[in-house]
Design a protein around this ligand. Structure first.
Ligand code: BTN
Length: 323
């Protein structure tokens, strides 16, 4: 452990209590200057540390994303994960896909405060600069055929909605296939990507990316998006992002390990589209119908206005309107 990490551990145990540079130096067996330097680094990382003249330093609880705080809140059914937290990256999905190609074969959770090239489905940009956003990707190594795997997008959407409900009592709906809606506005999106091995024709790794507007005041949302895009909170809540990320992991691995695949029931119950009129484009043609069901592999079954039924695969179609 570095001096900075040891200092943070002391602060987290004794948050809101004044601690002098001298006492901290003695505890860590370093000079007061070394304590001061470590404090500057912690502040730069986003921690709130007040300096009180003639008293010392006071660590104020904040919503800084910390691996240690996430680990504290996850259950024993969650596999051992490397958790990496970064201030800014291009895209957490891109970095973990690269890590997987480079041979990383352990589960990794990569979280960023900001992304400069956040991506959504179909190559769309995903704006990743909420005042407090949650942007992370989970890398899992699998070695299975495609049809042996659950739909990770569906499972992740169900897990995120369940985690939000458990921690905040807020009820989110899921717009097929990967968007979470709260009060009729999109607050989160999920992007799952797979790496395949050509020779064995199997999936070698999965990267699941989650982006959530955790805290964003309405004024921070660009005017042209205000009707469509929202945020889980508009004022600082009591729950921290660490607690919500940890609960997502708890729900995700619970659902993944569940032989009964109950996540599909959870997903269907929270659907924003079932029973509604939907519009989508297929082979250049605009089609309309009523969303009738979500099949066992996550496909959306639509009764077409022109007669007959069609099963839409999530990889190919996005709904253009729902009424
Ligand atoms: C969508 O809305 O179509 C999906 C958005 C997924 C965004 C997340 S944020 C973390 C991860 N990194 C990315 O570049 N994308 C995903």
């Amino acid at each position: 452990m570095t001096t900075k990490e040891k200092l943070l551990a002391i602060f987290l145990k004794q948050a809101e209590q004044p601690l002098s540079g001298e006492v901290l130096g003695k505890k860590l067996n370093v000079s007061r200057t070394a304590v001061w330097k470590a404090i500057q680094t912690l502040k730069k990382e986003g921690h709130l540390i007040e300096s009180l003249p003639n008293v010392g330093y006071v660590y104020l609880p904040s919503d800084t994303i910390l691996a240690s705080e996430i680990l504290k809140n996850i259950g024993t059914h969650v596999p051992q994960l490397t958790i990496q937290v970064e201030k800014e990256v291009t895209s957490t999905n891109d970095l973990l896909k690269k890590a997987s190609i480079d041979g990383v074969d352990q589960p990794v959770l990569l979280i960023a405060e900001n992304q400069t090239k956040g991506r959504g489905r179909f190559g769309r940009d995903f704006i990743s600069n909420a005042e407090k956003g949650i942007y992370f990707s989970l890398l899992l190594n699998v070695q299975k055929k495609f049809n042996e795997l659950p739909s990770y997008t569906i499972l992740s959407a169900a897990a995120l909605a369940a985690a939000i409900e458990k921690k905040t009592e807020k009820n989110c709906q899921i717009k097929w296939v990967n968007d979470l809606y709260y009060q009729n506005k999109k607050i989160a999106g999920i992007l799952s990507e797979a790496t395949t091995d050509f020779e064995t024709q199997s999936i070698t790794s999965i990267v699941i990316g989650v982006g959530l507007n955790f805290l964003m005041s309405p004024a921070a949302i660009p005017t042209e998006l205000q009707e469509k895009v929202g945020s889980l909170f508009t004022e600082q809540p009591e729950i921290t992002r660490n607690q919500l990320i940890a609960e997502f992991l708890n729900q995700f691995f619970d659902m993944l390990q569940d032989k009964e695949q109950n996540f599909l029931t959870e997903y269907r119950q929270r659907s924003f589209v079932l029973g509604k009129q939907v519009t989508f484009k297929q082979q250049g043609k605009i089609c309309r119908g009523v969303a009738k069901a979500i099949g066992n592999t996550g496909e959306l079954i639509v009764t077409l206005d022109t007669g007959g039924e069609v099963a839409l695969s999530s990889g190919e179609i996005s709904l253009s309107s729902i009424t």
